[in-house]
Design a protein around this ligand. Sequence first.
Ligand code: G
Ligand code: G
Ligand code: MN
Ligand code: NA
Length: 256
Amino acid sequence: FQLVTQFRQALETGQVKVHYQPKVALPSRQVLGVEALVRWRHPEFGKLDPDEFVPAVEAAGLVDALTGFVMDQSLQRVRKWLDRGLRISAAVNLSVRSLDDASFPERVAEALTRHGVPPELLTLELTESGVMADPQRALPVLRALHALGVVLAVDDFGTGYSSLAYLRQLPVDEVKIDKSFVLGMGTDLGDHAVVRSIVELGHSLGLTVVAEGVEDDLARDQLNAMGCDVAQGYLISRPLSESRLEAWLQARTTQA
Ligand code: G
Ligand code: G
Ligand code: MN
Ligand code: NA
């Protein structure tokens, strides 16, 4: 695949950039962290979204290079914020393939040390379908990551087959309710019920519950009423380039 042979070079030449979407506490709206979302500005094909190239990068066995790049960029940001007295975490999306790689936790530990970032300021997001496809296989790497003290999150929760009770057996700290339910919550009683039950069961298992796809005040108010911990979505901010994120944070942290 043509794209993939260009990918390593694209990383080096600055065509690949990390954008960041803020996550805020409910109800305080305090900025807790950002999710790193990769973008590729291809000289020929223009802006490529991850869905258009991450699967090919995974298939070509280049996902380590992608994850390493995104983790380095993100940890560099977190370190800069720490130097300014801000404790803001970064969440990096993992490919399920990284869970097959016994050396992955060591590389995460090395990156944290190299950037001087405490582990609790790094979140690693795994999709529900990825982890649940073969939980026994994922378990050793998940345990090693958890032992480092990084935060493990299950992304796109509610779309797979797994039950929250099953999650109890995995060393995860956070669930992210899939945006399809959050988007539908205001008009669809079924979606509303799904969101409410994920919040309740998540809390009963001691997990932090994050809602993604929060686009309007109604959704935020409903999530607040349910006791959901964290919100992410266009209502708070779209994913932003590094410089726009800095401007956004500046505006947030100077207004009291
Ligand atoms: O950013 P949205 O803009 O389009 O992201 C689409 C999908 O791409 C999401 O499911 C997200 O988890 C995935 N994604 C974004 N950045 C990365 C990345 O750095 N690595 C991996 N493996 N997936 C990513
Ligand atoms: O990693 P994950 O599958 O969760 O990727 C998040 C995706 O959701 C990204 O593509 C991001 O651009 C998108 N997204 C973030 N906030 C919103 C939102 O409020 N509404 C919608 N429709 N999409 C969102
Ligand atoms: Mn994600
Ligand atoms: Na998601």
